[in-house]
Design a protein around this ligand. Structure first.
Ligand code: GDP
Ligand code: MG
Length: 166
């Protein structure tokens, strides 16, 4: 199995930390996916039974000028090409306007979206449920996976979930 996974989320939610944790070997990409996707590859995870190609989509934020509009379009094209989308949030911060902008974009996309609640090491478990309910009311997520990218909690489970959708 192999496939593309886009990671999106506000700055500082932990996208790079997650990537650093899971990315092993970098390999040459043998894919018929369009060039636009290949240009943004930020890491490849190769396991015995699967290969996941992670793509950072930094352009998906509220544009401040014309170039910003262009970046949002590039990011949206990427989201339409991938096999799965990880929408990462910070368990400590909760719902914010930056999230709403991303959720509005995700409404229009048919790919499965996974809500990744990161930094669970920083919150009490009781705080997670109301947070998750709030996001769930805004988008129909394929699955919701709480993790700590920093400490590694539940990261293997997340990779298994993503793998099952490739
Ligand atoms: P990005 O902007 O989404 O790429 O976020 P980064 O990966 O750069 O992380 C931003 C900050 O959050 C850094 O100081 C990380 O060490 C911290 N961070 C990321 N993931 C976690 C986590 O699971 N738990 C905790 N406590 N801190 C985290
Ligand atoms: Mg980053």
């Amino acid at each position: 199995k192999s496939g593309f996974v886009a990671i999106i989320g506000r700055p500082n939610v932990g996208k790079s930390t997650f990537m650093n944790r899971v990315i092993g070997e970098k390999i040459a990409i043998m894919s018929d996916k369009p060039q636009t996707t290949r240009n943004k590859i930020s890491g490849v995870l190769t396991e015995k039974d699967a290969q996941m190609i992670f793509i950072d989509t930094p352009g998906i934020h509220k544009p401040k000028h014309k170039l910003g509009d262009y970046m949002v379009n590039v990011a949206e094209n990427t989201l339409n090409e991938v096999d799965a989308i990880m929408f990462m949030i910070n368990a400590e911060e909760g719902y914010g306007r930056g999230d709403q902008f991303i959720l509005d974009r995700l409404q229009k996309i048919n790919q499965p979206v996974f809500l990744i609640v990161n930094k669970i090491d920083k919150v009490h478990p009781d705080q997670l449920l109301p947070l998750i309910e709030e996001y769930r009311s805004k988008l129909d997520f394929e699955e919701i996976v709480p993790i700590s990218a920093l400490e590694g909690n539940n990261v293997d489970h997340l990779l298994g979930v993503l793998k099952s959708h490739l």
